[in-house]
Design a protein around this ligand. Structure first.
Ligand code: HEC
Ligand code: HEC
Length: 376
């Protein structure tokens, strides 16, 4: 009973927070984009073209999934973004696209690979999912980019060994792209770096996962099994304490969007922290060894796990939280069992927790043809 009241109270707080957020998003979304105003006096056949507003599907406060119109997105912008995401023209030797590493069937991670291959060898970190990135505030494992547009720019330079100016001049030579830019961004249809990243950003913002069994259970369309229910109780209480960091939040993202240390590596002093993560970005020793809290959605597709893909299975992840926490100076205070080395779950509790995590798999997201390679 107590739990029920707590749950009710916390969902009330969530509802009001979410309402404020949705209201703000609504205001931001209502700005008309002057770029897509038609020009009746032009001879250009595309000049009368007006972008088609795209309705993004977001979970609403009542967890019923409604569609919200948002005029900052257009169907044409998303279509262009999808092409640019998948077109290998956007890399130095025309072999690598964003979709070469961020594959929809793997929730936009890379096909079970610990590291992906870029043009000079393996990537430094594990390729993360791009799901629900519309709600991410800082991108990359170390938080080095503040927006999806900046992250796309960074990915182009770092993973595809290509710069935006070179990309513009290659795309300019492709006559099929000019009308697409015009339809997405209006006259005169010039191809600019800014438009490339805005279009890719629009496409990535549509990668919203809201249809897992857990989501369905909130809508009364699925009943959690006993094991899944017990796993949820471990996840969302002090017993497992996962919920402090992998928070469901107003949009059920299952990340609190923070950068924290979850006791993966041992380090006696700050000087011993090997991969300083967020510390490299902020320059603050308080941030040494802190990394993005990833979402725990779609884990069946995003293996291996952690920034360096060190764990291949969920059993290994859960064994780590249960029995192998390691001390270092900036451990999050939410790793409460650090002094005991972990949560020390029983075999039953571990398998229940994994059963719950798997209810966050969204099979319709990974098979959604709206994201697939448009050139195939
Ligand atoms: C060679 C593989 C590869 C290619 C190609 C690639 N990425 Fe990535 N992407 C990665 C890796 C690895 C990371 C994590 C890097 C890090 O955190 O240091 C990443 C991270 C990201 C992130 C941050 C996600 C998060 O959760 O913070 C975004 C956004 C992103 N990539 C978008 C793109 C876009 C857009 C393109 C195409 C322009 C692209 N990527 C091309 C491998 C790749
Ligand atoms: C103090 C915050 C915190 C708590 C509590 C926490 N995690 Fe994490 N979790 C993280 C961070 C940070 C990472 C990424 C660490 C890295 O790669 O450096 C992570 C990574 C993961 C991953 C890997 C996801 C991926 O895509 O690579 C899984 C799965 C996971 N946690 C599950 C859990 C479970 C289950 C619990 C509860 C038993 C839990 N976490 C508790 C912060 C936390």
């Amino acid at each position: 009973m107590k739990l029920k009241i707590e749950k009710l109270l916390s969902s009330l707080v969530k509802v009001s927070l979410a309402t404020v957020l949705l209201f703000l998003l609504g205001i931001a979304g209502c700005k008309p984009d002057k770029n897509i105003e038609p020009d009746p006096n032009s001879n250009d056949p595309d000049s009368l073209y007006v972008g088609t507003p795209y309705s993004l599907q977001r979970p609403s406060p009542s967890n019923r999934f409604r569609r919200f119109p948002d005029s900052t997105f257009t169907v044409e912008g998303i279509r262009l973004g999808r092409m640019l995401f998948w077109d290998p023209i956007v890399s130095a030797d025309s072999t690598l696209s964003c979709g070469s590493c961020h594959k929809p069937e793997f929730a936009f991670s890379d096909e079970g690979k610990q590291f992906s291959m870029n043009l000079s060898g393996p990537t430094k970190r594990n390729t993360p999912s791009l799901q629900n990135s519309i709600w991410m505030r800082q991108l990359f494992w170390d938080g080095r980019q503040p927006s999806l547009e900046a992250a796309s720019h960074d990915a182009l330079l770092d993973e595809q060994h290509f710069n935006a100016a070179q990309a513009v001049s290659k795309i300019e030579k492709r006559t099929d792209y000019v009308p697409l830019f015009k339809k997405a961004f209006g006259r005169p249809g010039t191809i600019t770096e800014d438009k490339i990243f805005r279009a890719i950003g629009m496409f990535m913002r549509t990668m919203i996962s809201t249809n897992s069994n857990y989501d369905k259970s909130l809508r009364g369309l699925y009943t959690l099994s006993d094991a899944e229910q017990r796993g949820l109780a471990i996840f969302s209480t002090e017993k497992g304490d996962c919920f402090h960091c992998h928070t469901d939040g107003p949009y059920l993202t299952f990340t609190n969007n923070e950068f924290l240390n979850n006791a993966l590596d041992s380090a006696a002093t700050l000087a011993d922290v090997k991969d300083i993560g967020l510390g490299k970005v902020t320059g603050s020793t308080d941030d040494y060894g802190k990394f993005k809290v990833p979402s725990v959605r779609n884990l069946s597709y995003t293996y291996p796990y952690m920034r360096d893909g060190r764990f291949e299975t969920l059993e290994q992840v859960v064994n780590f939280y249960s029995d192998s926490l390691r001390y270092s100076p900036n451990i999050s205070p939410n790793m409460k069992k650090i002094n005991q080395g972990g949560l020390h779950l029983t075999a039953q509790e571990k398998s229940d927790l994994i059963a719950f995590l798997k209810t966050l798999d969204d099979a319709s997201f990974v098979s959604d043809t709206a994201f697939s390679n448009p050139f195939k």
